[in-house]
Write a protein that binds this ligand. Structure first.
Ligand code: ATP
Ligand code: MG
Length: 390
């Protein structure tokens, strides 16, 4: 059975170090192989950008995506996603014009579109585990992004919170921090109190969504970690937040109790922007006590929990999974477990590896296709027709 969504091919022009070429993908599994620095991750980045409209890397601007050897400030990505047996065509052309602004021309099935129709796509990079376990902000963003992907309203709630937070911090900066005790600026204080009411409402919603989501994926994360990596460790995901279990009235109260400190320090001292996603086990907190390997495994377990969650939610639109350099992280037993596990999902996967040919996959050569990339150019791209699609 073919996945309900898969990318048949990708045409790149002036995208990072990739030569102008057409890449053909296997509906289930394509392995992108090559030495370091040849363009494997760039291929995943091109796929992600085609399907999601932006890079998976943070703060990536046009200049980074444009090939250094391009003779004009313009790159092109074209792809053929197959949705429920029907092939479609996406074209994206990004161009920087004389006004230094980047214009994107997008078309779907030949018709130009104001906005890209996005397709679900998950990028998994084990090296992101380092950032994830070292910065609470990374964990929070991971959590928010995961919730946002399946709940558009949540994205709006977060934006609203950001706005309120911005207004409140502007007000706090206007006040004189030394004169908080005798309320010499009562109008500022009443504006802050008013914002606190709205902040409490939004904070409560954010906390509820985060807790609910973690509860939903917790069992899956435990299962993944045990099945793939370590039978003996049971993980537990928790939201570390002052607002868990609190009512909106409690939260209003908590915000208003903080006003003197906030006024003095001219910054917001409590709120969901300071929450954390904690991963624990009998070893204590994973951030502090787990080995690098364990942290990577926990990170992958989280990512794969997300995958199964999406597969359930987007019936008919299961995501395309991009796995960057995972094989180098695992011993052969775990690698085998992981491949078997991932192949049980009816999804398309693209994975990169710098390993040599023979040791890539513990599966039959006929059930995947292999792309070899060398200095941005494909050396071989096994034709799909030659591959057994079962
Ligand atoms: N805008 C660009 N224009 C041209 N080349 C670029 C651009 N950005 C990056 N590169 C080149 O792309 C190459 C890196 O590609 P990529 O990250 O895909 O390598 P990789 O095959 O994934 O390597 P590794 O195995 O080390 O992860 C580098 O040689 C880099 O100089
Ligand atoms: Mg790479």
């Amino acid at each position: 059975m073919l996945p309900q969504l898969y990318l048949e091919e990708l045409h790149t022009q002036d995208f990072r170090n990739l030569r102008e070429q057409i890449l053909k993908f296997h509906p289930k599994l394509t392995v992108i192989q090559g030495n370091n620095g040849q363009g494997k991750t760039n291929i995943l980045e091109a796929i992600f950008t085609l399907l999601r409209g932006k890079s998976f890397r943070k703060n990536t601007d046009f200049a980074q995506l444009l090939s250094m050897s391009a003779d004009r400030p313009k790159f092109l990505l074209q792809g053929r996603p197959n949705v429920m047996g029907k092939a479609h065509a996406i074209t994206q052309e990004w161009e920087m014009r004389v006004d230094q602004k980047v214009y994107k021309r997008i078309s779907f099935d030949g018709e130009s579109q104001a906005k890209l129709s996005k397709f679900p796509c998950i990028m998994v990079q084990p090296q992101s585990a380092y950032m994830f376990f070292n910065y609470a902000q990374e964990r929070r963003e991971w959590l928010d992004h995961a919730i946002e992907q399946q709940n558009l309203v949540y994205g709006k709630i977060l934006k609203k919170f950001e706005k309120l937070k911005y207004f409140k911090s502007q007000l706090l900066k206007k006040g004189n921090p030394l004169r908080y005790d005798n309320l010499n600026q009562p109008e500022l204080l009443s504006q802050i109190n008013f914002l606190n009411l709205e902040l409490a409402r939004v904070s409560k919603l954010i906390t509820l969504h985060r807790c609910e989501f973690l509860e939903k994926i917790n069992d899956k994360v435990i299962h993944n970690f045990q099945k793939l990596f370590d039978q003996s460790l049971i993980l537990n995901l928790q939201l570390s937040s002052l607002f868990v279990g609190k009512t909106e009235t409690d939260i209003v109260q908590m915000y208003s109790e903080k006003w003197q400190d906030e006024w003095k320090r001219q910054k917001i001292l409590i709120g969901p922007h300071l929450d954390d996603l904690c991963i624990q086990s009998r070893l204590g907190s994973f951030e502090n006590n787990a080995s690098m390997g364990q942290q990577k495994m926990a990170f992958l377990s989280l990512q794969f929990a997300l995958l199964s969650h999406y597969v359930n939610i987007f019936q008919g639109m299961s995501p395309i999974l991009l796995l960057d350099d995972i094989s180098s992280e695992l011993d052969s037993e775990r690698w085998k477990n992981l491949i078997e596990y991932l192949r049980s999902y009816p999804i398309q996967m693209m994975m990169t590896t710098a390993r040599a040919n023979g040791e890539i996959l513990p599966i039959d050569e006929s059930s995947y296709s292999l792309i070899t990339v060398n200095n941005g150019r494909l050396e071989s791209n096994q034709k799909i027709s030659e591959v057994d699609l079962t």
